[in-house]
Write a protein that binds this ligand. Structure first.
Ligand SMILES: [Zn+2]
Ligand SMILES: [Zn+2]
Length: 379
């Protein structure tokens, strides 16, 4: 991997592009940048916002041989262009400047850490025993490229047709800045859409390790109930992408899970028929309230599932908003009431954008969500 003048700091990142079928690509320009137009980039793979989009990606492309799933091409892109694309893809690039700066720093940190630590860490976790299935998946599970283009890693949907000035300024003014842990390593700067009112610890979602800078803490910033309806709508319109804007209920939400469907989904995902489903029980919860071990009892057996993403995938066709939930038995279905959108670890995007709206700068935002971490510049 090429490096700039700073030892160990990567100049480029290799992004595996997820496409809907074989990639449809042609050369293109976007302003000053040369690159490619990808007609069928798949976004939100397996989530409720899944769709296909056209995207301009800067840099160069090469084929991945052999292809991995729906990844056929790898985009080599300048790390700062990658950060610009990520902050414009994760959130609306018209979001408040100080929020975009904070996001640029954590997205850069996350990417740099992935490149630097490639191949060093455990790629996947799995505990399987009779009646127990606990899985988690790390993004290091990629081979032949550093990160994928979707929510599994960070959203990378190329450059928007018009890049707002504050998005460019957010990247330029934080160029080379990363968040570092107390031991001076690049911080594992996780983030999610909405914590739901309390952030979650790392080990509830991934490996059994916790970092002091990713604590469980109360977050009132993502509760927008003190805003008027006009203020709330205006704030969310400037912060969220159109496809995320359709998700109205993210702080608290409710849904139903059909018991027959759940029985079939358990057969499909875990290869075990529990018979008629009787109950859902939270055996263990993380610090926020997210369930990390869910016991499903059927007439023919019992299955315990974890961690949080495996639970979300088990309970909804397009992945439940979060595993911070309670289930009520309603006969042929369960009524689920829940909080938050995403794993809840690290920065809460909606809460952080709200902090910026109220006048907090990027340093205060990062101090709030990653206490004890410090900003270090490679510039
Ligand atoms: Zn990935
Ligand atoms: Zn929050």
């Amino acid at each position: 991997m090429a490096s700039d003048n700073n030892v160990g700091y990567p100049a480029q990142i290799a992004v595996g592009l997820i496409t809907d079928g074989l990639p449809e690509i042609q050369t293109a320009r976007c302003g000053e940048s040369e690159g490619f137009l990808v007609s069928n980039l798949l976004i939100g793979d397996g989530f409720h916002w899944q769709q296909c989009r056209e995207a301009f990606v800067p840099g160069s492309l090469h084929h991945l041989s052999p292809p991995q799933g729906n990844i056929h091409v790898v985009n080599m892109v300048d790390i700062e262009d990658y950060v610009l694309s990520v902050i414009s893809s994760e959130m609306n690039p018209s979001a408040p400047l100080e929020f975009l700066k904070a996001h640029a720093i954590i997205s850069r940190s996350w990417a740099v850490r992935k490149i630097m630590e490639k191949g060093e860490s455990e790629v996947k976790g799995r505990i399987h025993a009779d009646g127990i299935s606990v899985d988690w998946e790390e993004s290091d599970s990629h081979h032949g490229f550093d990160v994928c283009s979707d929510d599994h890693c960070q959203r990378y949907q190329g450059f928007p047709a018009r890049i707002p000035e504050q998005a460019r300024e957010a990247v330029e003014s934080t160029r080379g800045m990363v968040l570092t842990a107390p031991d001076n390593s690049v911080a594992d700067a996780r983030f999610s859409k909405c914590c739901g009112g309390r952030t979650e610890r790392f080990s509830s979602c991934w490996a059994d390790a916790d970092m002091t800078y990713l604590p469980v803490k109360e977050d009132s910033w993502c509760d927008l109930s003190d805003l008027t309806e006009t203020e709330r709508v205006g704030f969310l319109d400037t912060c969220l992408r159109n496809f995320d804007r359709k998700t109205e209920d993210f702080l608290t939400w409710s849904t139903t899970v059909d018991k027959v469907w759940l029985r079939d989904n358990i057969i499909a995902r875990h290869g075990v028929d529990l018979g008629e489903i009787i109950s859902l029980e939270a055996l263990e919860r993380g610090g926020s309230g997210r369930i990390t071990r869910l016991m499903i009892r059927g007439r023919r057996g019992v299955l315990t599932v974890g961690k949080e993403l495996a639970i979300r995938r088990l309970l909804a066709r397009d992945c439940l908003r979060s595993s911070w939930l309670d289930a009520e038995d309603c006969g042929d279905h369960f009524r689920i009431t829940g909080r938050g959108w995403g794993h809840g670890v690290g920065l809460c995007q909606i809460g952080a954008a709200r902090m910026a709206r109220e006048g907090y700068d990027f340093k205060s935002i990062l101090e709030f969500y990653y206490p004890g971490a410090t900003i270090r510049s490679f510039g």
